[in-house]
Design a binder for this molecule. Sequence first.
Ligand code: C2E
Ligand code: MG
Ligand code: MG
Length: 280
Amino acid sequence: GLVGSEMCIRDSRKIGLERDLRRAFLKRELEVHYQPQFEIASGEVAGAEALLRWNHPTEGPVSPGEFIPLAEESGLIVEIGAWVVERVCEDLREILDRRMHPGSVSVNVSARQLRDAGFHDTVMDPIRRFGIHPPYMQLEVTETAVAQNRDTAIALLDSLRREGVRVAIDDFGTGYSSLSYLQQMPLDVIKVDKSFVDEIGNGVTSDNICRTVIRMAQGMGKKSIAEGVETREQLDFLRENGCDQAQGWYFSKALSKEAFFEFVEQQDLHTQRRKALEIL
Ligand code: C2E
Ligand code: MG
Ligand code: MG
């Protein structure tokens, strides 16, 4: 029937994509792009989130929402994830050598990567090799990913934080964790999930939920960053409610490495000019 054949098409696309993804990875067809993150109070670039991009030779751009789950299922995410850390360190080295200040770069980490103690060296080896100051590296993990590997994941994140690497929690408030569990998590930054940001302006209850998530971050003594900010209204609300940082299409989409470097360069020039004027 129709449902059966639709399922078949979906499965064969999936199998095809999985094979192509492996090939794309080996042929270095994946790219790391950077979405800038901003300090809400000053408007300055505070860092970026590294996001994978795959431009398929015939299908065109494939969304990470589609290919990351395939990479997770097949286990390829372990190799791809290690490669992303490597790329980010190399790019950071380059931008720092050009005397620019990008802030810390966040790298998304899948559950599968938190299962193996070897992940410590996967992160630290490139950091040392490229001579990166560890706080420039921030790992984004979800509550769910940590819960799936509880003991190993917490030990890993603890040891990486002791090295100076920072940890952000990506889907804060959307999982099933209890507050006491969240309090035990080794973390520095809480990301206010896009689903909460989307609800800003949709009534008193929605506003209160978003406000509560920001307050929780403050109460736990963590920095907060809102993701998926698309409107001026959302930004104003976040500022009024004490959220520290924001990222989203209101500011910028994810940029190629070159475009991100240019972005940071412009901002550094701007900051220098402003500081020069302050002195005058
Ligand atoms: P995420 O970590 O929650 O990343 C945020 C997603 O929201 C990104 O989608 C980003 O492009 C999108 N976004 C940012 N600002 C806006 C906005 O204002 N409006 C809207 N509608 N969307 C916005 P993207 O790049 O498609 O990535 C999807 C997910 O794929 C990520 O969600 C992350 O979980 C995963 N992912 C991406 N790169 C990697 C990676 O290197 N490793 C792993 N393990 N996962 C990755
Ligand atoms: Mg993320
Ligand atoms: Mg997110």
